[in-house]
Design a protein around this ligand. Structure first.
Ligand SMILES: [Fe+2]
Ligand SMILES: [Fe+2]
Length: 272
């Protein structure tokens, strides 16, 4: 079972560059092509938010066209750049999306369960999980205590030490989420976006991790007052692979054109 996670595509309407710099649509096309080239095909894809840049209907329509080559189920989360009503309207055939209320849901992916939370706050860059959503999560986890589960949300529930991003992080609900996860040991992973980098931290007895963006990355600078900026570092995505004997194993796969593969051995042994 392969669950591919991509994050933060920030799609704009055709012909517009994000921040006047980044062709996010071309970047997503390269990521989709890389997913299709995986030696073990993905069973499902989850996109951990900031699907589009301004929450506009024409951006969601463009996203739909860019995702069309994927022939497996795609699960969408809202990030701070998203507009939940426009997202729902554009993906009305995505039956797992609730028609009203928070965009949270639980889906079965064969041996794994995916639970998506909605940390989006209208008009804000930061995120929050309120008491009602945490209650829903507690009940949803209690429904299937034996099924290995991945929890996804856009804003990571931990401090990343990238100051300008932590200031627009998950302002409400992180400690309660951690305590809740600790009570449900079937939670294999908490997966997030928003940071446009790969970051991991121990969390509630499991591992919480962010995923790089499909186009631009947030600069790595841990000085508390570091400038808010991005760079065109290589994009990447996560490959969450499940087997009954290994549990959930997470890989990071860069997107780009790379030389190889080359064999480590020739017919007679190690190459000198
Ligand atoms: Fe983002
Ligand atoms: Fe974000």
């Amino acid at each position: 079972m392969i669950l591919v996670q991509i994050s933060d595509p920030h799609i704009r309407q055709p012909g517009k560059l994000a921040y006047g710099q980044v062709d996010t649509a071309a970047a997503l096309q390269r990521t989709v092509a890389a997913i299709q080239r995986l030696p073990q095909p993905a069973n499902a894809v989850v996109i951990t938010g900031d699907l589009v840049d301004f929450g506009r209907p024409e951006e969601y329509a463009h996203l739909r066209r860019l995702l069309a080559p994927l022939s497996v189920p795609v699960y969408l989360l809202a990030g701070n750049h998203d507009e939940p009503m426009a997202l729902r309207a554009a993906f009305a055939d995505h039956a797992y999306l609730p028609p009203t209320g928070p965009l949270h849901y639980a889906v079965d992916l064969g041996p794994l369960r995916l639970i998506a939370l909605d940390s989006h706050q209208p008009g804000c860059s930061h995120g929050a999980l309120d008491a009602a959503q945490l209650t829903w999560l507690e009940q949803t986890l209690a429904d299937a205590p034996e099924v290995p589960t991945v929890i996804a949300l856009h804003h990571p529930p931990f401090e990343t030490l990238i100051g300008h991003m932590d200031r627009i992080g998950l302002r409400e609900g992180a400690a309660a989420l951690e305590a809740l996860v600790r009570r449900h040991p079937q939670v294999e992973r908490v997966i997030c976006g928003h940071l446009h980098r790969a970051i991991e931290r121990r969390f509630g007895g499991t591992l919480a991790a962010t995923c790089p963006g499909t186009s631009h990355q947030v600069c790595l600078d841990l000085a508390p007052q570091a400038a808010s900026c991005f760079a065109l570092e290589p994009p990447a995505f996560r490959v969450h692979a499940w087997t009954a004997h290994s549990g959930l194993v997470t890989h990071l796969m860069p997107v780009g054109e790379f030389a190889g593969p080359f064999p480590f051995h020739d017919a007679h042994g190690l190459i000198d």
